[in-house]
Design a protein around this ligand. Structure first.
Ligand code: DGJ
Length: 693
């Protein structure tokens, strides 16, 4: 008996087959196959030969490779009885259901284990979501459970995964495939800057805009493990799951987070578009979907902990005049929070700073036309806080643990901790007109524990259920908690604490492989950046922020007339365009000049686009190289114009056409030759608009 199943989403096909009752394997994953493809033939065709030095039959690279079937690589499941005895699971077919989604159930009767694999294919976003569940008849200890295991393509020389650091998120690293394992394990207990849970496997020759690529994202905020392994026989497998031994308690059920996978034949951009659309249109719940994303003002880098009502009101006036629509009061409003050494968990308004509560500030913010948002860091506690003095046992980890930013994490697995946080936070939300929370998480955990992440999720879910109009921004020292798990519960990411536009240009370019504009916060920082010391012109700072969900985070009192004028103008451009940019695809361009980081935001109807070409460094050659656009209709004519051409520096002395006028050219020309931009200084951005005629 042979079982076969296929999943199609209009862009990719996944074929699973199995001989007899064993666990199935993915025998095909890639571009859509013809409807009448014979899956039994594919099963036979997938088998690799046997020669010297091999077993007489090649062990299956199944959805959960089993050690007991002599699989030579990493198994998909490692589990022990509560007395420590390792179990050697071996599963047999139980049932399959395919009805919109595909559910496959396999049972190991001897060990009392059941494995269920679930796949759903989204025909609009072209994303397949896959998950594995383990059920046991008695409590067992889980060491490792992989989400459904996928084969990696053979026509690929390298893989791209994502690391980073504070103020340097989303760094792409390329690792060549070779025998053995590329292993990423995040044991920090939060998604982290260090190990974003994503992987892209470009096929040989793939670029941003061309070629084939496969991509994975594990939607979990507690830290993950990734195994990308090449076996001796040449086959490759990719496993994603929670970091090992994160499930600290024996239990009768374990579930992986959803694994999101996609295939592209339009380069890395095909994967990026699938992630961007799936995140925005399927994962995020928007409290007010019809309302445009508001321009933010965040006061952190203006006042830090020094909250004075008249100053904040003055800042609010200025921010509103620049075009801000939401005012976010950051850290410093509660307890005795005069610096970062104290008061976390004392979530009551500081009467020294706000003798009449937050209302006077909120009323003022409303008066000048903005809504109000508030910062919390719910999972954290300072030893110097009333709550720690009252409940030292609520903190996670030992007495002698190393603190992080002078703080400990609360034990979110404890219902009383979650209830306490719910009570304090809901009181503030009930007593004040607050429509936004910036939810921070500024230290790693003393040890990873899935119960902590589940506790955080439960608290957010409860607050969201009771305050459905409140949006949440996920922040963890910048981009330390960004993943589709937290984004099921939040609407914005604070991508980085770096408001240095030069650094942001790169960070948000690489983050766009996974994140759409609608969720990606980007703020215009101070003239001299507080985290890099770099001084950047306001036009560059403003345009970099305008590439994503725009906001300001400087002290507006520092702005001179020129800066005010530029910022007001760019903000107004952003507001004018956000209605279509929110749902546009961000397409990373293949810039022939490594000094230029460029992207094209293409409207869903493909009738208009904007290109942001950021000059991150001085070019080696004198003249700008043409920049090829992508995904246009080659036969259509586009009217293009450089909307900020008057900012060309005096040293640009020639007359390239775009410097003096717009032009009408074909999509074919724009994609095959590219646009020739004027010369510019480094740390400048050209902004080119295009409309299909
Ligand atoms: C870290 C965040 O990333 C910052 O934006 C700011 O909110 C501070 N925490 C406040 O303590």
């Amino acid at each position: 008996m042979q079982h076969t199943w296929r999943l199609d989403d209009g862009k990719q096909t996944l074929v699973l087959t199995t001989a007899g009752e064993r666990l199935p394997q993915v025998v095909y994953w890639g571009a859509t196959l013809p409807d009448d493809e014979d899956l039994h033939t594919l099963h036979a065709a997938n088998a690799i030969d046997v020669t010297g030095g091999m077993l007489d039959e090649n062990p299956d690279l199944s959805l959960c490779p089993e050690a007991v079937r002599s699989f030579p690589g990493q198994p998909g499941l490692i589990v022990r009885d509560t007395d420590g005895t390792p179990l050697l699971p071996k599963f047999c077919f139980e049932k399959a259901e395919q009805n919109g989604k595909l559910d496959l159930t396999y049972v190991d009767a001897e060990n009392g284990l059941t494995l269920t694999f679930t796949f759903t294919a989204d025909t609009e976003t072209h994303m397949v979501t896959a998950r594995t569940t383990l059920d046991a008849t008695r409590p067992v200890h889980l060491h490792w459970l992989a989400a459904p295991v996928l084969p990696a393509p053979q026509q690929s020389e390298e893989m791209i995964d994502v690391s980073g650091r504070w103020c340097g998120e989303f760094q792409l690293g390329r690792t060549a495939w070779s025998a053995g394992i590329r292993y990423r394990e995040n044991r920090t207990g939060r998604t982290g800057h260090e190990h974003f849970p994503g992987l892209i496997i470009p096929c040989t020759g793939a670029t941003n805009t061309r070629g084939e690529a496969y991509a994975f994202h594990y939607g979990w905020s507690g830290g993950h493990r990734m195994v990308a392994e090449e076996l001796q026989d040449g086959r490759r497998q990719v496993q994603f799951g929670h970091a090992a031994r994160m499930e600290t308690q024996a239990a009768t059920q374990f579930r992986t987070a959803p694994l999101y996978i996609c295939y592209s034949d339009t380069g890395l951009n095909g994967c990026a578009v699938a992630f961007q659309r799936h995140l925005r249109d399927r994962i995020v719940t928007w409290p007010q979907p019809a309302t445009p994303r508001p321009v933010h003002y965040n006061c952190w880098e203006a006042v830090y902990f020094d909250h004075k009502l008249p100053v904040l009101k003055d800042i609010a006036d200025r921010a509103a005049a620049l075009g801000a629509e939401r005012f976010v009061l950051d850290d410093g409003w509660f307890g005795q929070r005069d610096d970062d050494t104290r008061s976390l968990s004392d979530w009551e308004v500081d009467p020294r700073k706000y003798p009449d509560g937050l209302k006077p500030l909120i009323d003022h913010v409303h008066k000048v036309g903005m809504t109000f948002g508030l910062w919390f860091e719910p999972e954290m506690i300072n030893p110097d806080s009333d709550i720690h003095r009252a409940h030292p046992d609520w903190a996670l980890g030992g007495e002698d643990q190393t603190l992080g930013r002078q703080q400990k994490a609360l034990n979110m697995a404890l219902p009383e901790v979650r209830d306490f946080l719910y009570d304090r936070m809901s009181k503030i939300l009930r007593d004040n007109a607050i429509e936004y929370i910036k939810w921070d998480h500024n230290r790693v955990l003393p040890m990873p524990d899935a119960a902590q992440t589940r506790g955080s999720y439960a608290l957010i879910d409860r607050l969201r259920a009771d305050f459905p109009h409140v949006e949440i921004e996920t922040c963890a020292s910048g981009g330390g908690r960004i993943d589709f798990g937290i984004l099921e519960r939040t609407q914005r990411v604070w991508l980085s604490d770096s408001n240095d536009a030069l650094e942001r240009l790169r960070i948000q370019h690489d983050a766009a492989l996974f994140l759409p504009l609608a969720v990606t916060g980007s703020h215009v920082g101070p003239r001299r950046c507080h985290t890099s010391g770099r001084i950047l012109d306001i036009s560059f700072r403003a345009w970099v922020a305008a590439q994503r969900h725009m906001g300001f985070e400087m002290d507006p009192r520092e702005l001179d007339a020129y800066e005010t004028a530029v910022l007001t103008e760019v903000t107004s451009w952003w507001k004018h365009n956000r209605h279509w940019m929110m749902t546009a695809d961000i397409l990373r361009l293949d810039s022939a000049d490594p000094a230029v980081i460029a992207e094209q935001q293409l409207a869903r109807d493909k009738d208009r686009f904007v290109v942001f070409a950021g000059k991150a460094a001085t070019s080696d050659q004198i003249a700008p190289r043409p920049l090829r656009l992508t995904a246009l209709d080659p036969a259509a004519t586009y009217r293009i114009s450089l909307i900020n051409r008057e900012t060309a520096p005096g040293l640009s002395r020639g007359k390239p056409a775009l410097k003096t006028q717009g032009m009408d050219v074909s999509g074919a020309y724009l994609m095959r030759h590219g646009v020739t931009l004027p010369w510019s200084f480094p740390e400048r951005m050209w902004v080119l608009e295009g409309h299909r005629l």
